[in-house]
Design a binder for this molecule. Sequence first.
Ligand code: ZN
Length: 403
Amino acid sequence: MNINENEIAKLVSQVLQEMTGGSSASSYSAPSAGGAIPKTAKVAMMTKLKHFEIQEYPIPELGDDDILVKVEGCGVCGTDAHEYKNDPFSLIPVVLGHEGTGEIVKMGKNVSKDSAGKPLKVGDKVVTCMIFKDNPDITMFDLNKQNVGGADVYGLLPDDDVHLNGWYSDYILIRGGSTVFNVSDLDLDSRILIEPCAVLVHAVERAKLTNILRFNSRVVVQGCGPIGLICIAVLRTMGIENIVAVDGNEQRLAFAKRMGADNTVNFMNHKGIDALSEAVKAAFGGYYADFAFQCTGSPVAHSNIYHFIRNGGGLCELGFFINGGDATINPHFDLCSKEITLVGSWVYTLRDYATTFDFLKRANAIGLPIKELITHRFKLEEMNEALETNLAQKGLKIAYIAP
Ligand SMILES: [Zn+2]
């Protein structure tokens, strides 16, 4: 075969043109996914209390540091339910949804790695965490620095002229300066559960600071909603096996056992705190707990839990994600004379977020039914129903799943 130089040059320029989509000065380094990106995106905009409506907005031009993500799903959080019911953050109109995940369909030319240094490309599955606001106390790898509480996250941002700010949508625009993680090695359900699981990875890290939590510790977990159930799973993946779950719902207690609880106590069956603490003690074979995790938002539950803990034991309070009111304790009996070591826990650090990806792989590998936490799935057009289902406390984790 004999191709002359002219023909070669022609072929090369033809190939180059195909690669750049025919334009000589494309602003994006990455090819778009099959050219299938629509011009507009749909969002479920909460326009007033207890009311989402589907709105459509043009997908804006990407900046050099931005990422366009096609949403695959997003969990409904208790925070979303509070916002839906009462708008405590005064965000209306707002696109909610912060427990989301999806696939990169387009990236600005400066984007090449995620926040942990892993390469990023079109087609990768990602989650976001907080949006950096030049706060040096929030860093990726220093465990002693502060958690991301109060930081901006997608899904809890006021509306702006981009509009694609929450995961209850079919596309979200991740702007430069946001944390983003490549989680292509996790399935969709696991990715939807990353954010709530990070809350428990952090709580257990906080608990470890007391130096009380050990392999053979007796641990009580009070509250078997998604947070308590995931708490049991995190403890179980760490090799802690002597776990007693406390709740008032038999179905949830049955799930707690499958998640790794050794024994359960239904507080509905025991009148008064003395009878209840005796039941917890009996569930441990005649001992009080070395350590307790308080995973409900109930002040009474906070007051009660001290009675389940042995002298010199520890407590992690993480149930009060929002202000649930005051709880009464007796400082002499509950704290001083028992020498309880108490830690509070709220949200997570960026480091915990990355640790959570490995936790999910371990939990799946040892057969914990983590993914069964997602009990209800809704379409974008059904977000009102999704939030009503959460408010009615039906099921465990409610999720929006994109088609
Ligand atoms: Zn959440």
